[in-house]
Design a protein around this ligand. Structure first.
Ligand SMILES: CC(C)(COP(=O)(O)OP(=O)(O)OC[C@H]1O[C@@H](n2cnc3c(N)ncnc32)[C@H](O)[C@@H]1OP(=O)(O)O)[C@@H](O)C(=O)NCCC(=O)NCCSC(=O)CC(=O)O
Length: 337
């Protein structure tokens, strides 16, 4: 059992009951020296995607950065922006500990999203906010987010992080694609598909623990493991923001976990129906975290996926759950990712 993280007074998401002096997330990771940060661009996630425009009290406007090929807004972007809006009306001594969302309509990439916050309750130790994300006058997402003050407790446990290769020993998705593209016998259709994937400007970096096979049907695996972090620099201290970035990241490629046992099926239509998260400890979303995703159930054209985001020092940072609609067709060729 890994020791639980200590509380930090400026971090809006730590839930430790300890009263010892805080440790900033930087103290826990030496993987990315500051010298390297100076060469990185500031993460577009904080300069643009999660940088909402305040229109009025509890009313914000968010714009889009990366739009998936489905041409419906990326669910993680809507959840991340909703959490930014919710957290803005919550005092700094309260820490986001959970959120529960329903995606009720497809997001339209042609117009911005409005976020309307309802201050549902300000309690003694817990505070709840409800957020409606609105386009064309109608909700596309409803979200409840809850915030908690630091409270001590002798109850502290967590699962153990899986043992996997370190990110330095693995290739990014882009590097893997370049490797496949360099193969002279690559079919034209596969080359086109891989080039489309390369053109994606997703503001997160991914290193799969089990690199995908672009050539042949993959062996059925029930669990997806990948290292993930925001592209660019975010910096220390603002745990509120790191939780919002993690909300964005947590929806990426998550629902696909439910298709892992079915390499002969490809999704004709897939969309996340709901998304829930629980934040357990401080973390930095611009440092590598291991995303462990599994699917305990699928049926009735829906699939359930569950995920754990681990800090690389083995501390459980967050847990996620999602159900999605999955309408599939039988295929003979493998999916591209
Ligand atoms: C889930 C919903 C589609 C449910 O709405 P409805 O009940 O009205 O939709 P529906 O199921 O009847 O229709 C949806 C589409 O499926 C088609 N359809 C309906 N029944 C079908 C069937 N039995 N077999 C095949 N297709 C079918 C419809 O014609 C329609 O296509 P057509 O539209 O062509 O007419 C909607 O609530 C929604 O869009 N919510 C938002 C979901 C979302 O955007 N999540 C975040 C992005 S996903 C994400 O970020 C994660 C990820 O992608 O991994």
């Amino acid at each position: 059992m890994a020791e639980r993280e200590r509380g930090g007074s400026t971090n809006n998401c730590d839930h430790s009951g300890d009263t010892e002096p805080p440790k900033s997330p930087e103290d826990e990771s030496s993987e990315r020296p500051e010298a390297q940060y100076t060469q990185d661009l500031k993460s577009v996630l904080i300069t643009s995607v999660l940088n909402l425009e305040k229109l009025d009290v509890d009313l914000y406007r968010g714009t889009h950065h990366w739009v998936p090929r489905s041409q419906r807004l990326f669910g993680g972007q809507i959840v991340g922006q909703a959490l930014v809006a919710a957290a803005a009306s919550v005092s700094d001594n309260l820490y986001a500990h959970s959120l529960h969302c329903y995606f009720v309509r497809a997001g339209d990439p042609k117009v911005p999203v409005l976020y309307q916050v309802d201050r549902t309750r300000d309690g003694r130790s817990f505070t709840v906010r409800s957020v409606r994300a609105i386009q064309h006058g109608q909700p596309i997402l409803i979200c409840q987010a809850s915030f908690h003050m630091l409270q001590p407790s002798p109850l502290q446990h967590q699962f153990t992080m899986p043992v996997v290769p370190q990110p330095e020993d693995l290739l990014t998705v882009e590097e893997l694609i370049h490797r496949y593209l360099s193969k002279p016998d690559l079919a034209k259709k596969s080359r086109q598909g891989l080039n489309k994937l390369l053109a994606n400007e997703v503001p997160i970096e991914i290193k799969p623990v089990h690199p995908p096979h672009f050539y042949r049907l993959p062996a059925a695996e029930l669990r997806k493991l990948f290292w993930v972090r925001a592209r660019g620099y975010i910096g220390e201290g603002n745990m509120k923001l790191h939780c919002c970035v993690a909300a964005y990241v947590s929806d990426y490629a998550f629902l696909g976990t439910a298709l892992l046992p079915y390499p002969n099926y490809r999704a004709q239509f897939s969309a996340s129906l709901d998304h829930a998260m629980w934040f357990h400890n401080t973390f930095r979303s611009d440092e590598w975290m291991l995303y462990e995703c599994e699917s305990p159930w699928a049926g009735g054209s829906r699939g359930l996926v569950q995920g754990r985001l681990w800090r690389r020092d083995g501390v459980l940072a967050a847990s996620c759950s999602q159900e999605g609609v999955l309408r599939v067709k039988l295929v003979t060729e493998p999916s591209k990712l």
